[in-house]
Design a protein around this ligand. Structure first.
Ligand code: PEP
Ligand code: MG
Length: 323
């Protein structure tokens, strides 16, 4: 099996009936790039920038951030790199920000909510990203967007910083796509409206599942409610993908579900454009997709949307594709 996977390192990801998708990798630091290349990922689908901010006593400077972002963008040599702005809070803390303790950190002051309020800090990151954009194919993604107003505010701040840099004669790409994580149910439900304004969606299933089932993703006692195959989740995923395609935009997925072998046929069938996962999952996923027919997967996904439980969905996928 390993040998079969190795042959796929430089191959595109194509189903038996010629449907192409992009397999990308999730990274946390520029050091992860070696794994991205060795495992044949076609893009970086999620660069979690919070690690730049963690394990230290003060905020990283614009220069430090620029160096890290530029390295990733340049090393990927024109391939897409989706960099997510700071997603702190929830399970990830920054002690030096001195934020008050919260009753429900996963429902609290985190990610884009914090960045919009502490916009001095946000602007530093955006400037570093904009400067790095001149060195490759950078896409910017905002996490935990719950309303269109939040997206518009974040985008407006980005535009302001871009204008300032351009005015100062700094090189900034004029082709930067700006997208959002869809990981809050309100945003999934409103995908049609969002699709008119964003350049792309990336579905964050780790949080989307937690918020859809109202079950803390870190709490073992409610882990039975972490149900990626549930028709509840699949129907949300369908709403998001269909909304993006109707506007000529694309949808990726960067939660764990994207690399899950039961979920992959369903996501392929629903028309997901980009699958972003840990680098080591890329070749197994490419091998799996290269043996699937997209039109058959679409029929199975259509059926899955109408089933009652996650168990029924899993059984349907296994009996169809894994005999
Ligand atoms: C997600 O929520 O699915 C996601 C990719 O983001 P994180 O796991 O960093 O919250
Ligand atoms: Mg998330």
């Amino acid at each position: 099996q390993k040998r079969e996977w190795a042959k796929l390192v430089n191959e595109p990801t194509v189903s038996t009936d010629g449907h192409k998708v992009e397999l990308a990798a999730n990274i946390g630091t520029p050091n992860d790039l070696e794994g991205v290349k060795n495992n044949g990922a076609e893009a970086v689908g999620l660069y979690r920038t919070e690690f730049l901010y963690m394990g230290r006593d003060e905020l990283p400077t614009e220069e430090e951030q620029f160096t890290a972002y530029k390295k990733v963008v340049a090393d990927m040599d024109g391939k897409p790199v989706v960099i997510r702005t700071l997603d702190i809070g929830g399970d990830k803390e920054l002690p030096y920000l001195d934020l008050p303790e919260e009753m429900n950190p996963f429902l609290g002051f985190r990610a884009i909510r914090l960045c919009l309020e502490m916009d001095d800090m946000f602007r530093v990151q955006l400037r570093a990203l904009l400067r790095a954009s001149a060195f490759g194919n950078l896409k910017i993604m905002f996490p935990m967007i719950a309303t269109l107003t939040e997206f518009r505010e974040a985008k407006a701040i980005l535009e302001e910083e871009k204008q300032k840099l351009v005015k100062d004669g700094v090189d900034v790409s004029d082709k930067i796509e700006v997208g959002i994580m869809v990981e809050i149910p309100s945003t999934a439900v409103m995908a049609k409206q969002f699709a008119k304004e964003v350049d792309f969606f990336s579905i964050g299933t780790n949080d989307l599942i937690q918020y859809t089932f109202a079950a803390d993703r870190m709490n073992e006692r409610v882990s039975y409610l972490y149900q990626p195959y549930s028709p509840a989740i699949l129907n949300l995923v369908k709403i998001i993908i269909d909304a993006s395609h109707a506007e000529g935009k694309w949808t990726g997925m960067c939660g764990e579900m994207a690399g899950d072998s039961i979920a992959i046929p369903l996501l392929l069938g629903l028309g997901l454009d980009e699958f972003s996962m840990s680098a080591t999952s890329v070749l197994p996923a490419r091998s799996q997709i290269s043996k699937l027919s997209q039109s058959e997967a679409a029929e199975v996904a259509e059926k899955a949307l109408t089933l009652q439980t996650a168990e029924e969905v899993q059984e349907l996928v296994e009996s169809t594709f894994m005999k």
